[in-house]
Design a protein around this ligand. Structure first.
Ligand code: ZN
Length: 191
C-alpha cells in the first residue's frame, strides 16, 4: 500500500501532491531507483542552435497534417479529449493526454515541429533534436476521457504498459519519449 508522505502520494507513476491550499496537483513521479526510466524531454535547445546544426535539413516535414489525419483509422476519435499515442519512425512513442480535442493537440505538436518550438512539445523536441519524422498518421487513440483524473490515471497505466512492451523487446528504458504535463485549457493556443 502506498502511503501519503509529506502531503504527497505516489500513485502508479504519478505523484499526487496536496498543495498548501488543500487542492491536489500532480506530476510524473520518478522513484529514486528509476530515475533513468524516462528520456528527459526538457533540454531546451534554442532554435538557432538547431539551425546551426542543420537540423532542418535532416528533418523531413510531416507534410500537411490534415491530409495525414485523413488516413487515421479512428478519425472521429480525434474530435474528443482523451489519451493518445504517437509513434516516431525510430520506434519510440509519445503518450499524451489532452482536455481539448486530440486533433487540436496533434496540430499543435505538428506546428511546434514546423516552427521550431522544441520547448512547447516533447514530440517536437524529439523530432527536432534527432531529425526524426513523427508518424502522426499512425496516432492511436488509447481512450476517450472527459474527466481529468481519468486521463491522468489512464495515461499512467499506458506508460507502464508501454514500458513492459519495450522491456520485452529488450530496448533500453531510455527509449521512451517522456509524456508532458497536460496543458491548461486553451493555454497553448498560440503561434
Ligand atoms: Zn524518433
Amino acid at each position: 500500500m502506498q502511503t501519503e508522505k509529506d502531503n504527497r502520494l505516489p500513485f502508479l507513476d504519478i505523484l499526487i501532491e496536496r498543495r498548501a491550499d488543500g487542492s491536489l496537483g500532480h506530476s510524473v513521479y520518478r522513484k529514486p531507483t528509476h530515475t533513468d526510466l524516462y528520456l528527459n524531454g526538457r533540454s531546451h535547445h534554442h532554435p538557432a542552435i538547431l539551425r546551426r546544426h542543420k537540423v532542418e535539413k535532416i528533418h523531413k516535414p510531416p507534410g500537411k497534417l490534415k491530409a495525414l489525419l485523413g488516413t487515421t483509422k479512428d478519425k472521429l476519435g480525434l474530435k474528443t479529449s482523451g489519451v493518445y499515442r504517437i509513434p516516431c519512425e525510430c520506434g519510440q512513442v509519445y503518450i499524451g493526454k489532452t482536455g481539448r480535442t486530440i486533433e487540436k493537440r496533434l496540430k499543435e505538436h505538428e506546428r511546434c515541429i514546423r516552427l521550431y518550438y522544441p520547448n512547447k512539445s516533447a514530440v517536437a523536441e524529439h523530432s527536432l533534436e534527432n531529425g526524426h519524422r513523427i508518424k502522426f498518421q499512425d496516432t492511436e487513440i488509447i481512450c476517450h476521457a472527459n474527466n481529468y483524473w481519468d486521463r491522468v490515471v489512464k495515461e499512467a497505466v499506458e506508460i507502464r504498459l508501454q514500458k513492459r512492451k519495450m522491456d520485452r523487446r529488450r530496448l533500453p528504458s531510455e527509449q521512451y519519449v517522456e509524456t508532458s504535463p497536460e496543458e491548461t485549457e486553451g493555454g497553448e493556443d498560440t503561434h
